[in-house]
Design a protein around this ligand. Structure first.
Ligand code: NDP
Length: 614
């Protein structure tokens, strides 16, 4: 028998009283607004210090042990794929399946892996279930060890894909593309690199990553500190000892500061806390940290899976997250829980019976219930009451990346670990000896910046460290200066045969590799067709691009949601006038599933609607 639903009586919505709920939604809203307002600042993204000039050392590759020695290459190819992370690798794998082999992957790093090549900080782990996150499991026959994989396994899987699809022989590593220039007469891109290569490619696919260029806090004194410093995405194991699994054995006599408490910091702090003589955690905004609930993979279950299972599981996850009813929640974790809670609360009444305001209120209540549960974990775990209070987040779950970790909170019970909460202001400055907050100087030997990555899309080509010069001599940096402009999230007017992968006004779902694979599958089928028809150049019309922009930039339910959020990169550090100024800069309004259905229908029609073709 179904339990009675306190939110409905006789099929009509009845919001329980504050007493019944255990909290007052309007008081909660006021607290969230207060916490947002005290963090709002006028300088948005410009508050950060970009890594330029002498700070470029924070961006160097610490993982390359020897430089690849090779002569410059001059060649003509069908497709150049920029980036050897999962996006570029999926593109290459799907091209092979489509029978296209005349391609190259060009990658700045020393190996495949992208994010998982660079981010080897201790404790690095993927928050999305391995069975849906690790790409091409069906194809490679690999069984992940755990429900949530750690970095070494994910990085190894990237190499597995590289070998399985023979991608190593088709890739240039330690090679930075400097410029893409369209040669209209030849209908080719001229790709030049820091190795003096000149590669002439009919098509170019850019999958250079959206969180790849580290950034530093824009505080005074960054250059004054005399101790050791590095960014989490370029972890210095020579200094700390240990590896991505921890055991930072060189920190036993060190006083360490970590600045930032985002998803990266949450995973590395338990290892720093266990190893350092003294750890100071400098917090501006707490993360929401829920249970990890990790477990080993059951080999019998894994063996029982039928071909196509990974796609089905991914579709099931994506459906749940866009509100499509499913018979069973296959992934069944912290991501799907929130969406199920709202469904359960509506309990068969169906959203169509509710007004927009009622739906909004229900969504808010579900979020508050969830947040209260996450905050209660802190009181249950952290012994010092002031520290416990300071670790509580006061914003809704999708305002910032939700975190899942079982070791983070107990770390604050260690005698050598101190949380320095900056009350939403951030650290004031660095000095020769350490970190200043509210007039107190914390002397340390090492400062670790867990301060994230550049995200403004106006700097897309800057993030990729190259320039793109299109058909009319205009640069992509200039064309996108006021925000991204795409057709189908993939192409831009004036830039023929150039395709973007990732969060570029496409259909959103939190499982990034699902998106990348869907984009790769679409593009591979498209390239196959383009080749069979002998087409040389394809580019969206301005009208098609503008119509698509109107669709993806129209306000959605997320507009109000993000405006109510504490600052972060999702809402352009609180400076967003609309959701489109934030990280996504527009997304397909009907979500991930419908977006890829739309692309498949577009392809099936075969008329290249919206493109000029020659
Ligand atoms: P974030 O940008 O999420 O976090 C940066 C942190 O630095 C925030 O806590 C921020 O505070 C803090 N900060 C910035 N300036 C200051 C300052 N002046 N003083 C004190 N603190 C400051 O970067 P991360 O590297 O943590 O994560 C980036 C993204 O990478 C995540 O959002 C996620 O998408 C991805 N990721 C995914 C993981 C996974 O499991 N798949 C794991 C790790 C990362 P404030 O919040 O106030 O801005």
């Amino acid at each position: 028998m179904n339990k009675p639903n306190p939110f409905f009586s006789d099929g009509k919505l009845r919001i329980p009283t504050a007493e019944e709920l255990g909290f007052d939604p309007s008081e909660m809203r006021a607290r969230y607004d207060y916490e947002r307002d005290r963090r709002l600042r006028g300088d948005g993204y410009t508050q950060y210090q970009n890594i330029d000039g002498d700070l470029e050392r924070y961006n160097e590759d610490p993982h390359i042990t020897s430089k690849i020695d090779r002569a410059p290459v001059t060649e003509d190819i069908d497709i150049a794929v920029l980036g050897g992370g999962f996006g570029g690798m999926l593109m290459a794998a799907r091209l092979q399946e489509a029978g296209i082999t005349n391609f190259r992957i060009i990658e700045r790093a020393g190996d495949f892996g992208g994010t998982w090549y660079w981010n080897r900080y201790p404790g690095a782990q993927c928050d999305v279930e391995s069975y849906i996150y690790l790409p091409l499991l069906d194809e490679t026959g690999y069984m992940p060890k755990l429900k949530y994989s750690f970095q070494p396994e994910i990085y190894e899987h990237a190499q597995r894909i590289g070998h399985h699809f023979d991608l190593y022989s088709r890739s240039y590593f330690q090679t930075q593309v400097r410029e893409l220039r369209w040669d209209d007469a030849a209908a080719r891109w001229i790709v030049t690199t820091d190795r003096e290569d000149c590669i002439r490619a009919r098509h170019v696919v850019i999958s250079s990553g959206s969180l790849n260029r580290p950034k530093l806090p824009g505080i005074p004194g960054i250059r004054d500190f005399k101790g050791h410093t590095f960014h989490t995405s370029r972890w210095d194991y020579d200094y700390t000892g240990g590896s991505a699994v921890g055991n930072l054995d060189k920190l036993g006599d060190k006083r360490v500061a970590i600045i930032g408490t985002g998803a990266t910091a949450i995973q590395s702090i338990p290892h720093l806390g266990a190893a350092a003589k003294q750890l100071y955690v400098f917090q501006r905004t707490p993360s929401s940290v829920d249970e990890r609930r990790n477990r080993a993979t059951d080999p019998d279950w894994y063996k029982s899976l039928q071909p196509g299972w990974q796609q089905d599981r991914n579709d099931n996850f994506t459906k749940l997250l866009v509100g499509v009813a499913v018979e069973e929640d296959l992934v069944n974790d912290g991501w799907t829980e929130l969406f199920k809670s709202l469904g359960e609360l509506m309990d068969g009444t169906g959203s169509s019976n509710l007004t927009v305001a009622e739906l909004k209120l229900l969504g808010e209540i579900v979020d508050y219930q969830h947040d209260n549960r996450v905050r209660a974990r802190i009181d249950d775990t952290v012994k010092d009451k002031a520290t416990a209070e300071a670790l509580k987040h006061w914003y809704r779950p999708w305002c910032k990346r939700p975190c899942f970790n079982d070791d983070y909170l107990p770390t604050f019970n260690r005698p050598g670990v101190k949380l320095v909460d900056t009350g939403g202001k951030g650290v004031d400055r660095l000095t020769e000896k350490g970190v200043m907050v509210d007039g107190v100087e914390y002397e340390v030997d090492c400062i670790i910046f867990a301060t994230g990555f550049e995200v403004s899309r106006a700097t897309y080509t800057r993030q990729a460290a190259m320039e793109v010069i299109g058909r009319n001599g205009e640069t992509l940096g200039n064309y996108w200066a006021k925000g991204m402009r795409t057709y189908h999230g993939l192409m831009s007017h004036g830039f023929p045969n150039l395709y973007h992968m990732g969060f570029t006004q496409t259909g959103y779902t939190p499982n990034f590799t699902y998106q990348l694979d869907k984009q790769a599958q679409h593009l591979a089928k498209y390239f196959n067709d383009v080749q069979q028809r002998g087409l040389k150049a394809l580019e969206p019309t301005l009208k098609a691009e503008e119509d698509y922009l109107a669709l993806v930039l129209a306000p959605t339910a997320m507009t109000d949601y993000l405006a109510s959020c504490t600052p972060g990169y999702y809402n352009a550090e609180g400076s967003a006038k609309s959701e489109n100024d934030g990280f996504l800069q527009g997304h397909y309004p009907e979500g991930g599933l419908k977006f890829y259905e739309m692309l498949a229908e577009w392809r099936a029609k075969g008329d290249y609607a919206g493109l000029t073709v020659r």
